[in-house]
Design a protein around this ligand. Sequence first.
Ligand code: KG4
Ligand code: ZN
Length: 339
Amino acid sequence: MRILAIETTCDETSAAVLDGNKLLSDCVYTQIPLHSSYNGVVPELASRAHLEKMPSVLKAALKDAGIEKFEKGCVDAVAFSRGPGLPGSLMVGRVAAETAARLCGVPLIGVNHLEGHLLACELENGRIAKPLQFPLIGLLASGGHTEMWLVRSYGDYKILGRTRDDAAGEAFDKVAKLLKLPYPGGPEVEKLASEAPGPGPAFPRPYMKGTLEFSFSGLKTAVSYFLQKHPSPSLDEKRLICRAFQDAVIDTLAHKVKEAAYKFGISRIAIGGGVSANSALRKAFSSFKNLETRFSERKYCSDNAAMITLCALRRIQAGKWKNSIKADPVLEQASWRIA
Ligand code: KG4
Ligand code: ZN
């Protein structure tokens, strides 16, 4: 079974080919340099860049997979991220995927981008190494989303809670902006936090008692108020602020995941999305007692088409897929469910 997948939900143009358990190619073009001066992704620039880069990314993915050109039988299915994501960017991916599927005469499978972040935990060294075991609590923490799922099997996802305002990654990016650090903020905040001479100021933990939801905008505002009282922080002060902010985010994510695990009597956790690349977070989640946490390999934490090939594979294996599915910018949840 050979699957070509295309990913264009936000600011990465990516194409990958999976053959059986092995990734034959995994090409990612990141638009970060294009957006960094704006401190965030500019949707119109993103869709134009996807359009511009798609041919070369597809060409590279085919070449690495040893496929000469799109023709009948060169792959068995074409998949694409149908949402959630930026509308213009999604359309570029959908049109490219539909064109490829028609040229190859194979089904077109639209999948949920967030499901991809979860299933990315199965990838290791360019292959599907260890299938996930169920049930598990899935945590997706990226720049655009923060949500927690009860996962009973592939495709059986129940959303337990999501952020009411900012996503965790968005909070990292906004705090980085307040501290005049480059975009994207997550890796920058992590670096300064790791150099902090101490734990830093006390910031609140938005635990959202009585719910399994998240809220990170208040934490960002707490950093902003702190900076109003302490303008022009020195490098060491910035390190302390980063450490304190990062600790607050990690404590909050950890608290909510543990709460969900205990509530549903589940001992497995899987975490995906850009924020899950954070070393301090990985350390904290690895130290949970009686809970086993799976992470994506770091290169698969951010957006990539490799994880999309996996979503399509699991659907095909379960016999649950629909041909020709529309892009949907506000796709709520995985659009399939196995009873
Ligand atoms: O999953 P992703 O690549 O794209 C989305 O689907 O949104 O996530 C990007 C987000 C950005 O907000 C970025 O700042 C954050 O993930 N991020 C991190 C780290 N690396 C990336 N946040 C915290 N620590 C990191 N090391
Ligand atoms: Zn993503």
